[in-house]
Design a protein around this ligand. Structure first.
Ligand code: 5GP
Length: 194
């Protein structure tokens, strides 16, 4: 997605060879017009999949997931990282190792909101080693839901997440695919922008 690549080039900061900071439009400040375009693009790619729920992880997945849900006319569920006092329901729970925080988190979704009748689209902000997406897939599988695909805003294609998700049999659609973060510069996978 050319618009997203432009945002990354103009506003992203390369923190190291493995980490990109995009706090000015996705991870801290949220650019609503960009999110709207992201939602439209995901919706276009998954429009034939009869999605009934989008699932994501709090907090940075919520904005792109919400805009996609608006286009696909379905609900979103965000998996919670901390158990809320109001979450007295039965939970689907799994453990996810966080790439950026370098610690494991339990994530959960209430059993009330996801079932075997659902066709699920998983959305997340970044794909690195695939732990977050596989954790969300685990929650959907516990519910017996069908996973129609995984939508990623920014994929770091030089890390193993994409291969892991494809190996597990999931369809992966990434709106920007980063080939490398070298010498403070972002380069994209050739031909990946459409
Ligand atoms: P994974 O679970 O695929 O290893 O990593 C994806 C998760 O880690 C995303 O939910 C995202 O929050 C975070 N993440 C991974 N790499 C980056 C990065 O380069 N920049 C930022 N801002 N977050 C990242």
């Amino acid at each position: 997605m050319k618009l997203l690549e432009n945002y990354i080039t103009q506003h992203g900061t390369v923190i190291s060879d493995g980490v990109l900071k995009v706090d000015s439009f996705l991870n801290h400040v949220i650019d609503p017009k960009l999110m709207q375009e992201i939602g439209k693009e995901f919706a276009k790619r998954f429009q034939d999949e009869q999605i009934t729920k989008i699932i994501t992880l709090e907090s940075s997945g919520i904005a792109p997931a919400l805009m996609t849900a608006l286009e696909l006319d379905c609900d979103i569920i965000f998996a919670r990282k901390r158990k809320s006092l109001t979450m007295i329901d039965q939970l689907y729970t799994t453990t996810v190792y966080s790439f950026t925080k370098e610690q494991s988190n339990e994530i959960s979704i209430s059993k009330d909101f996801l079932s075997q009748d659902d066709r699920v689209l998983i959305i997340d902000d970044f794909l690195a080693n695939g732990q977050a997406a596989l954790g969300l897939a685990d929650l959907a599988n516990q519910a017996g839901a069908t996973i129609a695909g995984i939508g990623i805003v920014i994929e770091k294609s030089f890390q193993p997440g994409r291969e892991k998700l494809l190996e597990a049999g999931y369809r992966v659609e990434s709106l920007a695919r980063i080939a490398a973060l070298k010498d403070g510069k972002v380069s994209f996978v050739r031909g990946s922008n459409r």
